[in-house]
Design a protein around this ligand. Structure first.
Ligand SMILES: [Zn+2]
Length: 348
């Protein structure tokens, strides 16, 4: 059986690599392969799934392009980020947000509750997700249907977001380290899926908390402070309740709300970026020998009048003209003779 399977795959790999097949659509190519090698395949769909996997198209049909993507305007008044920046970094950076269903259960009082596990009648699951690749216009989203919400079945919508996470080098979210990522991973696990390939994380909430002092670190507060579009009104808990009961309109509203969050999250990230430390090193995704800004990957760097000093070494500082982040070169300043005279203090 396994030998048979690998033979099918080999045939598909060979056919996909052929120059004359490059522009043929997945389905047509699969049919062509199947008709040519009928004996090697059990059915035509087998060739189709191999072609999709080999071409990296597998899972695409689980992603739905959102119906109301808000057009992004990168040239808006306060923006310092030119749109051309997207050309600088080949990293796949995913901007992500999810909306989950609450837990349902029995409880006796309002305050100081210690709810036992047998008091939980319904565990949480995922209502909707929304995601986009940084600097791209298309917004993807997934939403459970009314029937799925009643059954609390998010398995179908998990496939699309799994595929995107699997492709992502870096994932941007607001409070994703504590909320979105563990939640998604739990649903992947409970739906019998494997973890997506590893990715680095940027958590705008976490970074704001560590590096800045906004009066609130909620995404909505930061968005308003930046003059980004306001979050849509959700209508409060009733929306979550209606979604739970499988109300299609409420679920559509939840998805729209989720998409709105993605748009402001991307704008907030770009504003916060020079203050995010440490930022995943974008230079590692380019590696062309040029000195590149770790935060955005630009090679448009300015020398600084100031150096960076650790307790025993001096390094040249650079400031990025594109995103405003500062970084230091990795080679120490000074000749071996000059460095020879540097002592390290001994506080013990
Ligand atoms: Zn930069």
């Amino acid at each position: 059986m396994n030998n048979k399977k690998s033979e099918c795959r080999l045939i598909c790999e060979r056919e996909c690599a052929k120059k004359e097949n490059k522009n043929i659509k997945d389905f047509t190519l699969a049919r062509k392969i199947y008709n040519q090698y009928k004996k090697s395949f059990k059915k035509e769909s087998q060739a189709y799934s191999f072609v999709r996997i080999i071409r990296g198209h597998y899972g695409e049909h689980h992603r739905k392009v959102a119906t109301q993507p808000k057009p992004l305007n990168y040239d808006h008044k306060n923006s310092i980020i030119p749109y051309k920046e997207s050309l600088n970094s080949p990293a796949r950076v995913l901007v992500l947000d999810i909306e989950t269903a609450p837990l349902k259960g029995y409880f006796w009082q309002l305050w100081k509750q210690n709810i036992q596990i047998n008091q939980i009648t319904n565990d949480w699951f995922i209502f909707t997700w929304a995601a986009k690749w940084l600097f791209e216009d298309k917004i993807y989203s997934g939403k459970v249907t009314g029937k799925e919400a009643i059954k609390q079945d998010d398995k179908r919508i998990m496939k699309g977001i799994w595929q995107m996470l699997n492709e992502a080098d870096i994932v941007i979210s607001h409070n994703g380290k504590k909320f979105d990522m563990p939640k998604l991973n739990t649903r992947f696990l409970l739906n019998g899926m494997t973890p997506p390939l590893p990715y680095q994380q940027i958590d705008t909430c976490d970074s704001a908390r560590k590096m800045l002092a906004f009066s609130s670190n909620k995404q909505e507060f930061i968005s308003i402070a930046f003059g980004s579009p306001r979050k849509l009104e959700t209508g409060g808990f009733e929306l979550w309740d209606s979604c739970y009961k499988g109300d299609e309109k409420a679920l559509a509203k939840m998805e729209e709300y989720n998409i709105g969050d993605i748009v402001s999250l991307e704008l907030n990230y770009l504003k916060l970026r020079p203050f995010i430390m440490p930022h995943p090193n974008m230079g590692l995704f380019i590696m062309d020998g040029l000195q590149r800004c770790p935060s955005c990957g630009s090679d448009d760097l300015q020398d600084c009048a100031k150096d960076y000093r650790t307790t025993v070494a001096v390094y040249e500082l650079k400031k990025c003209k594109c995103c405003g982040a500062s970084s230091r070169v990795r080679k120490q300043k000074g000749t071996p003779k000059e460095k020879h005279g540097i002592l390290s203090s001994s506080p013990r």
